[in-house]
Design a binder for this molecule. Structure first.
Ligand code: SAH
Length: 357
C-alpha cells in the first residue's frame, strides 16, 4: 500500500467504511497525492490521452459550435464560456483559435476554466498565455457563474465525477464500500439495503448485478440546466458512456495506458466511470432545460464538418497529412472513439436542435 492508501486505511479505521464515491474523491483529488492534484495524468506519457490531445480539429469544432449557439440566440452582448476540467488547456486554445474568427463573439465573451488541480492550472496558464481573451479560473461550477448567458464545454470531465455502486443481493440492493482487510483496502457490501430508487424498472436484475449512480453528475447537470434556462446559452458534454440501456460495473483504474487495480496504490492511476447520459438528460429536464442526444462522437463530428476541416489542414500541411488523417480516424471510427464517446447538449426548452444533433 502506498502512502495515500495508508492514510485512507487510517481514515477508515477512525470513521468506518468509505463509499466508492468517497474513495474516488480522495484518490483523484487528495491535495498531496491525488491523481489530478499532484501530477499531469494526460498524454502519451501519462495515464490516458483525450480527443483534444489527439487532434486540434476537436477543439476547433467545439469553439465553432459555441459561436453558432450564440448567434442562434441573437448574439447576446455578454456571454461566459466555461470549460469544466480543461486538462492541459488544449481544447480551449483550439476552440478560441477557431472562434476568434468571429470578432463580435470575442468581444462578448469572458472565459472561465473550472479546474480543481493546481498542477493542471499551471499547465493551462502556460498553454493559454497567448489566448485572444483573458482567462480566469474557478475551483468549481458555482453561483458566480450563473449571472450571464453560459456556453459550457466539458470533455472527459463527467467520467471523473465520483460514482456510488450498489450490488443486487438476496437481501436487496446493498452499497459497495471500501474497508480494510488483512492490512489492505478491500471492497465489502454494506449490511443495510439501500432505499434509493435503484430498483425502479430493475426488479429483474440478477443477483450480483451492479448499479452505478453519480449524484455529483446529476446535481451538476441540473445546475447547468438552470443557468442555461434562466440566462440563455447551452452546454456541450462529450464523454464515454452509455444511454441508460444497461447497467453494470464501469468504474475503472487506468495507469500508463493500462488497466490497473482500483484499490491498489490510490492516486497513481486515473479512476473514471462511464457517464450515464440518460441520467444526465433527466437531470437537465429537472432543471427545466431540453437535452439533445446523446449522439455518437463520430456522427457528431462528421455533421460538424470534421472531414472538410481535415482536408484543409492536410492541404496546408502536406507533410502532416498522414498524421492528421490518422488522428481524425481515431476520433470518428466506431472501433476507436467514434461510438463509445457521445455528445449531449443542454439548451433552453424552446431551442431548436443545435449543430450536430
Ligand atoms: N478535458 C480535458 C481533460 C480531461 S481530464 C481533455 O479533454 O483533455 C479531467 C479534467 O477534469 C482534469 O483537468 C481534472 O483535473 C479535472 N477535474 C476532475 N474532477 C474535477 C472536479 N471535481 N472539479 C474540477 N476539476 C476536476
Amino acid at each position: 500500500m502506498n502512502a495515500l492508501g495508508g492514510r485512507i486505511a487510517r481514515l477508515i479505521a477512525a470513521q468506518g467504511p468509505l463509499s466508492v464515491a468517497q474513495f474516488m474523491t480522495i484518490a483523484l483529488h487528495d491535495p498531496q497525492a491525488g491523481t489530478y492534484a499532484a501530477r499531469d495524468p494526460l498524454g502519451a506519457r501519462g495515464d490516458f490521452i483525450t480527443a483534444p490531445e489527439i487532434c486540434q480539429i476537436f477543439g476547433e469544432l467545439m469553439g465553432l459550435w459555441c459561436v453558432q449557439i450564440w448567434r442562434d440566440q441573437g448574439a447576446p452582448k455578454k456571454i461566459r464560456l466555461v470549460e469544466l476540467g480543461p486538462g492541459r488547456g488544449t481544447l480551449m486554445a483550439d476552440a478560441l483559435r477557431a472562434a476568434k474568427l468571429d470578432r463580435d463573439f470575442l468581444a462578448a465573451t469572458e472565459v472561465v476554466l473550472v479546474e480543481a488541480s493546481p498542477t493542471l492550472r499551471d499547465i493551462q496558464r502556460a498553454r493559454l498565455k497567448d489566448s485572444p481573451l483573458p482567462v480566469r479560473w474557478s475551483d468549481r461550477f458555482d453561483e458566480t457563474l450563473s449571472d450571464r448567458p453560459l456556453l459550457l464545454l466539458a470533455n472527459e470531465f463527467f467520467d471523473a465525477l465520483p460514482v456510488r455502486q450498489f450490488v443486487k443481493t438476496e437481501r436487496g440492493w446493498c452499497e459497495r464500500m471500501v474497508i480494510v482487510e488483512d492490512g489492505r483496502l478491500a471492497f465489502a457490501l454494506a449490511p443495510a439495503i439501500s432505499h434509493l430508487d435503484i430498483a425502479a424498472g430493475r426488479g429483474d436484475a440478477d443477483i450480483g448485478a451492479v448499479y452505478e449512480l453519480s449524484p455529483a453528475a446529476s446535481a451538476l447537470g441540473e445546475e447547468i440546466a438552470r443557468v442555461v434556462v434562466s440566462q440563455g446559452g447551452g452546454a456541450l458534454i462529450v464523454d464515454y458512456g452509455h444511454n441508460g440501456t444497461g447497467f453494470g460495473e464501469t468504474l475503472q483504474a487506468v495507469r500508463e495506458h493500462r488497466f490497473a487495480n482500483i484499490l491498489d496504490e490510490p492516486g497513481e492511476a486515473d479512476l473514471s466511470a462511464h457517464v450515464d447520459f440518460a441520467s444526465l438528460a433527466r437531470a437537465a429536464a429537472l432543471g427545466g432545460a431540453k437535452a439533445f442526444g446523446p449522439v455518437a462522437q463520430g456522427a457528431f463530428l462528421e455533421r460538424l464538418g470534421v472531414r472538410a476541416r481535415a482536408e484543409n489542414l492536410e492541404r496546408a500541411n502536406p507533410g502532416e497529412a498522414a498524421r492528421i488523417a490518422d488522428a481524425v480516424h481515431r476520433l470518428v471510427d466506431p472501433q476507436k472513439m467514434g461510438t463509445l464517446f457521445k455528445a449531449l447538449a443542454i439548451l433552453p426548452a424552446s431551442a431548436l436542435p443545435p449543430p450536430g444533433f
